[in-house]
Design a protein around this ligand. Structure first.
Ligand code: NAP
Length: 250
């Protein structure tokens, strides 16, 4: 059994604890402000890999504290892209193994590839204008979602027409270079992302709907096995087939 430290004991942390034994993992440490504890050798309890599902503002400090104590880390928390360079530098300085991702669900990682293919194909047909929409539960702390940012990056890289994402409301016509991506927060939605391509004649839509959080949790636990003894700074999206054991022929 892989010994896991959970950093953050909210909705994701609690489900991770419940699901860990299904993936040959054992939660040996839980760190969360509500438990009034902090990261130190005693609380980590010889954990081999830490999994962070906390808050965007907490991630950098958590990595700093974990660096000398637990060198392998899965970061599922989203919304820390401004700290990305600093965290990458910590990974280099301490020879850490970090795998991070805005969305660990296998379905979403397939969806990324489908959106890339659609954006590439429709990028040659300028009459199809791409857009995005993401919906999440009312307690989500960041907006847009990290997954929305990844999807926008994919569309912008794959299509020459769009050069920047616009996540805000605009009080002017949207420019042809902008990709408009909107966010909705309501109720208990685990995560829905819709990508559309609209033309005068018709529209094409691709939708990914998470029915619950189990896919995220299983992906995070598989990432924990993969990152152990593997120093480097890895994006889950770029390695998902290997992490999830999906053959390249599929
Ligand atoms: N990558 C993925 O596949 C994926 C999937 C789902 C969600 N997420 C992301 O995962 C993160 C957590 O989601 P969630 O739904 O579990 O949120 P949540 O229910 O709000 O849980 C976050 C927990 O982290 C705690 N926390 C705050 N600061 C901390 C610190 N310094 N150290 C340890 N724990 C700390 C919070 O405590 P307090 O309440 O006391 O602040 C809370 O208990 C979000 O960023 C979300 O976007 C990622």
């Amino acid at each position: 059994m892989l010994r896991i430290a959970l950093i953050g004991y909210g909705q994701m942390g609690k489900l991770l604890e419940e699901t860990a034994p299904d993936c040959n993992c054992q939660v040996v440490s839980i760190i969360d402000p509500q438990l009034k504890n902090d990261i130190n050798p005693e609380t980590l309890n010889s954990a081999e890999v830490a999994i962070d599902f906390s808050l965007p503002g907490a991630v950098r400090e958590n990595v700093e504290k974990l660096a000398p104590l637990c060198p392998y880390l899965v970061i599922g928390t989203t919304g820390w892209s401004e700290q990305s360079a600093a965290i990458r530098n910590l990974a280099i300085e301490y020879n850490l193994g970090i795998v991070y991702g805005s969305n660990f669900s296998p379905g979403m990682n397939h969806f990324y590839l489908l959106v890339e293919q659609a954006a590439r194909q429709l990028g040659n047909s300028p009459e199809y204008d791409p857009w995005g929409l993401e919906l999440h539960h009312k307690l989500k702390m960041d907006s847009p979602s990290g997954t929305a940012r990844d999807l926008a990056d994919i569309i912008i890289s794959a299509s020459s027409a769009k050069t920047e994402a616009q996540y805000d409301r605009v009080k002017r016509p949207i420019s042809t270079e902008e990709l408009h991506f909107a966010s909705v927060r309501a109720g208990h939605i685990p995560g829905t992302h819709v990508i559309g391509f609209d033309s005068e004649a018709d529209s094409i839509e691709l939708r990914h709907t998470a029915h619950n959080r189990r896919g995220f949790v299983l992906g995070a636990l598989q990432a924990a096995h993969w990152i152990k003894d593997r120093p480097g700074f890895f994006n889950f999206r770029e390695n998902f087939r290997e992490i999830l054991g999906i053959s390249h022929e599929t």
